[in-house]
Design a binder for this molecule. Structure first.
Ligand code: FMN
Length: 218
């Protein structure tokens, strides 16, 4: 017997249509993100970031959204990590939010670029001291001999850097400039609502933002 085969859920909480959706996908995303925050979901700001290396193999992991404006969506990480190396080879990426309690999914696709050093500095210095030391102590995605070795590196950096560690150059933000959004709202009988926004014109953060809006089959 396969218990997974019989595991399914019917969706009935809400709907999304061509009239109620905002004209601007950033606004629509902000509405849904705020509703996820207000609903006090566990980690409403967590999103799956997928990147692709030079060999074409995709790789996904969770990161936290730290900023949102008309230029794009910002997260912070280690520039030398696997994702950092992949982004250097290929700036195309996708972000995925899944808010199961609201029966919603948002897919966002676009191009990544590093935020300015000043923007990364500002966010870095807003973080708790332990997180700032951790950015120095962790060579993210590199093998480490043991938990003890990691703890030792943390202690060494704490002693060396004191209470005001600078931002390491290998740590900072990326901004995804979207060219596609898709808002998915679960509906009964698997007739889910899917509203897609596709940007018309060239890619890149300075491109003009005209959006083609379409309903997609579930
Ligand atoms: C809830 C959650 C939030 C996370 N937030 C971040 C983040 O904001 N930045 C980050 O670099 N890694 C974050 N991580 C860790 C990443 O998922 C991943 O393990 C790490 O970035 C290394 O990924 P890479 O080897 O593909 O570069 C988070 C993990 C989880 C589960």
């Amino acid at each position: 017997m396969n218990p997974l085969a019989d595991l399914r859920k019917d969706y009935s909480q809400a709907s999304l249509d061509e009239l109620s959706v905002r004209k601007d996908p950033f606004q629509q995303f902000e509405v849904w993100l705020n509703e996820a925050l207000e609903a006090q979901l566990p980690e409403p700001n967590a999103m799956v970031l997928s990147t692709v290396g030079s060999d074409g193999s995709p790789s996904s992991r969770v990161v936290l959204i730290k900023g949102l404006n008309l230029q794009g969506i910002v997260f912070y990480t280690n520039y030398q990590s696997v994702k950092g190396q992949q982004i250097a080879q290929n700036p195309r990426a996708s972000l995925l939010f899944f808010w199961p309690e609201l029966e919603r999914q948002v897919r966002i696709e676009g191009l990544l670029e590093k935020v300015s050093p000043e923007e990364s500095d500002a966010y870095f210095h807003s973080r708790p001291l332990e997180s700032r030391i951790g950015a120095w102590a962790s060579s993210q995605s590199q093998p480490v001999d043991s938990r003890e070795a990691l703890a030792q590196a943390f202690d060494d950096f704490r002693n060396k850097l004191g209470s005001e560690p600078p931002r390491p150059e290998h740590w900072g933000g990326y901004r995804l400039s979207p060219h596609r959004f898709e808002f998915w709202q679960g509906r009964p009988s698997r007739l889910h609502d899917r509203i897609e926004f596709q940007r018309e014109g060239a890619e890149g953060s300075d491109a003009q933002k005209h959006w083609q809006v379409r309903r997609l089959s579930p």
